[in-house]
Ligand binder design. Structure first.
Ligand code: HEC
Ligand code: HEC
Ligand code: HEC
Length: 493
């Protein structure tokens, strides 16, 4: 068929016709006829008009979507039996609503702050959000909300008036919370003491301050499909644990890496994430078994914050203090079963320690990164700075100085938490009425040690006590030192 053949124009692609071009271009430009003249001006004007219209619509939606909205109705009177109130509190704890909604300073039962009155800053890579007031105050809290509206906010991130919530409120996890459980939590919250404390507006830069964008986020990332898992199982205990871990406890929100829109990466579920300074390590069944975890050790860790595998610190300590330690024995078994699976992979024994006399070289063969001399120096630092508390063989002392030999933090392939613990130390955890185990805390050595010394010390600890390669470099320590500085850790003057 020749290019000039008029019949060739008939099946020309639809877009050409849609732009109003009179002569559709021939399918094949190799012929003699030149392409028809373009009409840039008219096309641009049309496009501009469409864009303008979209911008206006978007602006209206943005202003409307950011408007705070208090339902116009009387405060709701919600009656619950004492047993239902207790169930509601149990579920609020299992879902750790306290973590973000307790008043500032209210960690571990709101001693200073007001329970559920909000105001706690929650930094995200997009800006800072604040936990909101979810007491039954009619104007600043949820006093006028119905159970239906509450369920929509908790599981779909849609507040009354269609206001879209940011996913820092973990509705991507709560999405599958049962209506029954949501109603019990609602009933509990509607019967606590109202606090007339106004909410703090999120501090988000443009365009993240446009709540209307969350429609798009939800379209992309919120689905009714069950959330992924990091273990295998189908027993009733595993299924209950799946609900407790994935939905209520929202473990994945911290333990799963995030994508560029802040979404949890579903194909890397529970494989470890870094939201703040410390990393939340991988807690798939395989990752846990590789560091020696057993179901019993896990239940003990989640109950008391202390186990033969190590102690809980940073945000994990708060999770245990506010949430998991309140789980019934049956639910705790379920959660540990979910983490390690119906048939847990065999816990891997600690690889034989690299020779402590590093003059003979280290068995992992990382001499290229760190020569034997630096491991010797690392051992010297360990003896001088760490052994008094953790023991010269890393076996720990009493119930409050965790053993470092075989410790799950030391056995992590990623040395981030080990290096950070050395740099900034770990805060002490005072005794509370019913646990978790009080811990005296650990000093940081940011001031005493250079980057190279910290790397040598970390490498000694990794090889001698964790069966890990001596692969920490001074440059990595420098990066973590500056991250710690940005997070507000400064060596004492
Ligand atoms: C990881 C932190 C976090 C946890 C855990 C959390 N929330 Fe939230 N929640 C937030 C943030 C942040 C907001 C405000 C989001 C916004 O401004 O878009 C919020 C908003 C809300 C709102 C809407 C309030 C309003 O006035 O618009 C309700 C209701 C709510 N949360 C209830 C709960 C309940 C119930 C739980 C426990 C089942 C819970 N949240 C757990 C962070 C959290
Ligand atoms: C004054 C006592 C003390 C000294 C000195 C000390 N630590 Fe600690 N360390 C502790 C305590 C207590 C904990 C538990 C803190 C917690 O979990 O909240 C701890 C926890 C740790 C952890 C986390 C362990 C886990 O169970 O996850 C690591 C890693 C660690 N220390 C390494 C070191 C290294 C390396 C040194 C030497 C530079 C050192 N510590 C010096 C008391 C000390
Ligand atoms: C707010 C963030 C956050 C949430 C939510 C969270 N974790 Fe963690 N988790 C961490 C951090 C940070 C660490 C590292 C500190 C440590 O080892 O104690 C950690 C450590 C752990 C460890 C110890 C791993 C090891 O090898 O040392 C386990 C087990 C664990 N988390 C289980 C859970 C479970 C189960 C849940 C849900 C019920 C959960 N986490 C929810 C942040 C979180």
């Amino acid at each position: 068929m020749s290019a000039a053949d008029p019949s060739a124009a008939a099946p020309a692609p639809a877009p050409a016709a849609a732009t109003g071009a009179t002569a559709a271009p021939p399918a094949d430009y190799s012929g003699a006829r030149p392409p028809p003249p373009r009409r840039p001006r008219r096309r641009w004007r049309g496009l501009l008009l469409v864009l303008l219209l979209l911008a206006v619509l978007f602006a209206i939606a943005a202003v409307w979507g950011n408007r705070p909205h208090v339902p116009q109705r009387e405060p709701q009177a919600v009656h619950r039996s004492p047993q239902q109130l207790a169930q509601g509190l149990y579920l609020a704890r299992a879902a750790d609503c306290m973590a973000c909604h307790d008043g500032v300073g209210g960690i571990g039962g709101a001693r200073e702050g007001q329970p559920f009155a909000g105001g706690k800053p929650l930094p995200t890579p997009f800006g800072t959000l604040y936990g909101t007031n979810i007491t039954p105050d009619p104007d600043h809290g949820i006093g006028r909300w119905t159970a239906e509206e509450f369920h929509a906010a908790v599981t779909r991130g849609t507040a009354p008036g269609g206001r879209q919530l940011y996913p820092a409120m973990p509705y991507a996890s709560y999405h599958l919370m049962s209506r029954e459980d949501s109603d019990l939590i609602y009933g509990y919250l509607m019967n606590i003491r109202p606090v007339a404390q106004p909410n703090t507006k999120p501090a988000l830069p443009f365009p993240f301050n446009l709540r209307v964008l969350m429609f798009g986020w939800k379209t992309l990332f919120l689905s009714s499909a069950p959330l992924p898992v990091g273990s295998q199982g189908q027993s009733p205990a595993w299924l209950r644990g799946q609900y407790l871990g994935n939905v209520m406890g929202h473990c994945a929100e911290c333990h799963t890496p995030r994508g560029m829109f802040g979404q949890m990466q579903k194909d890397r579920w529970l494989q470890g994430g870094t939201l703040s300074l410390f990393t939340a390590p991988g807690i798939t069944a395989e990752a846990l078994a590789a560091r020696g975890w057993t179901r019993e050790g896990m239940a003990q860790f989640l109950q008391t914050g202390f186990s033969a595998h190590g102690s809980a610190f940073d945000e994990m300590h708060e999770v245990i203090a506010n949430s998991t330690r309140y789980l019934t024995a049956e639910d705790m078994t379920a959660l540990s079963t979910f983490l390690l699976g119906d048939n847990p992979p065999a816990p891997q024994p600690l690889p034989a320690a690299a020779p402590q006399d590093s003059g003979t070289g280290n068995s992992s063969g990382n001499g290229a990164v760190n020569g034997a001399g630096t491991l010797d120096a690392g051992r010297g630092h360990y003896m001088a700075l760490c052994a008094s508390c953790h023991g010269s063989e890393g076996l720990g002392r009493s119930l409050t100085m965790p053993p470092l030999k075989g410790n799950s933090t030391v056995r992590q392939a990623d040395a981030r938490n080990l290096v950070l613990a050395i740099l900034v130390g770990l805060p002490k955890h005072p005794a509370t009425q019913q646990g978790p185990t009080p811990l005296p805390g650990m000093p940081g050595f940011m001031q005493e040690l250079t980057d190279g010394e910290v790397a040598a010390l970390a490498n000694y600890t990794r090889t001698a006590l964790g069966g890990q390669p001596a692969d920490v470099t001074a440059a990595q320590v420098a990066d973590l030192r500056s991250a710690a500085g940005k997070a507000g850790h400064r060596p004492a003057p």
